[in-house]
Design a protein around this ligand. Sequence first.
Ligand SMILES: Nc1ncnc2c1ncn2[C@@H]1O[C@H](COP(=O)(O)OP(=O)(O)OP(=O)(O)O)[C@@H](O)[C@H]1O
Length: 357
Amino acid sequence: MITEEQVLAALRNVEDPDLKKDLVTLHMIKDVKIEDKTIGFTLELTTPACPMKDMLKNACTNAIKHFVAADAIININITSKVTKPLDTTQLKAIKNIILVSSGKGGVGKSTVASNLAVTLAADGAKVGLIDADIYGPSVPIMFGLVGAKPSARETEDGKTLILPIEKYGIKLLSLGFFADPDQPVPWRGPMASNAIKQLFNDADWGELDYLIVDLPPGTGDIHITISQSFPIAGAVIVTTPQQVALADTRKGLAMFKMPGINIPVLGVIENMSYFTPAELPDNKYYIFGKDGGKELAEQYKVPFLGEIPLVQSITAAGDNGQPVSMDKENPLAAAFGEIAGKMAQQISINNIQTANC
Ligand SMILES: Nc1ncnc2c1ncn2[C@@H]1O[C@H](COP(=O)(O)OP(=O)(O)OP(=O)(O)O)[C@@H](O)[C@H]1O
């Protein structure tokens, strides 16, 4: 007769390679049910985007077969409960705020932010996206929402809350929803900072696992306002491989590490890394240089999250209001899937490490 204790003892041999503890100690094993030789339990991961799902599932199966019964029938149900940083006095229902930044304009920051949001939502996470790009909010275009205006609702205590617009399962707010699309002057100074704070504080986000923030390019007031006003899980930095972009990316990285800001850098994403012509799908042409983003990440001892090729379908999809990863057949969906997984994994590692301090 197999007992729950035997199953848990076997699973104590399975370690989460990132969190460096066994699954039982990490409280990731739930609802163990045993009926004769059939063993069922739930494996609760720290993110639905976990890249190690299959690996952990296999390791659990092997451990039970090895330590408990070689002929056991094992049914593992995988769920997730997204972790959050400890400091969440404000915005309690938002678990992780992720900043997407770039040292330079035009490197594909908004494209990356939108596709990460779509990918995490497709994995089953509750996702919000704030477009805080004061110079040219592009989320309305990328989600087919040009001219859209969010509505508002009154709370019981008389406060007015903005209702984010929901598209493709993501809750969205953009500075672009509050300005004339042809407005020639970008949002300025304190007005911009106040407007951004309102997008966080005065909106009805409900519960979110991840709130992705598309920052303006460079380093400026908005970065400081957001970093100092809200608990941030981490920042990702988007760069292209050219030396000019990498030089600005260094400044962006250095800003997040400054003592007054001190935000964990979740990693570097290199966009437009290489070009692959449609007629030669196996050829990669590194037209702007190779491995610049990877080397930069190594130099600053932050993770390298991945490369995204230069592909025309990205622009076409973005301009048509459907981020490219919505099309699961497009190879870019896999590229963004891998990057989103690594990013979510990094957040889980940071959150668990702080919880253990
Ligand atoms: N990998 C890619 N392949 C092809 N085109 C791309 C790629 N990434 C982004 N683009 C295109 O480059 C343009 C700029 O991208 P995007 O708006 O995402 O950049 P950004 O860094 O957010 O710019 P900004 O500084 O204006 O905020 C868009 O037309 C987008 O479709």
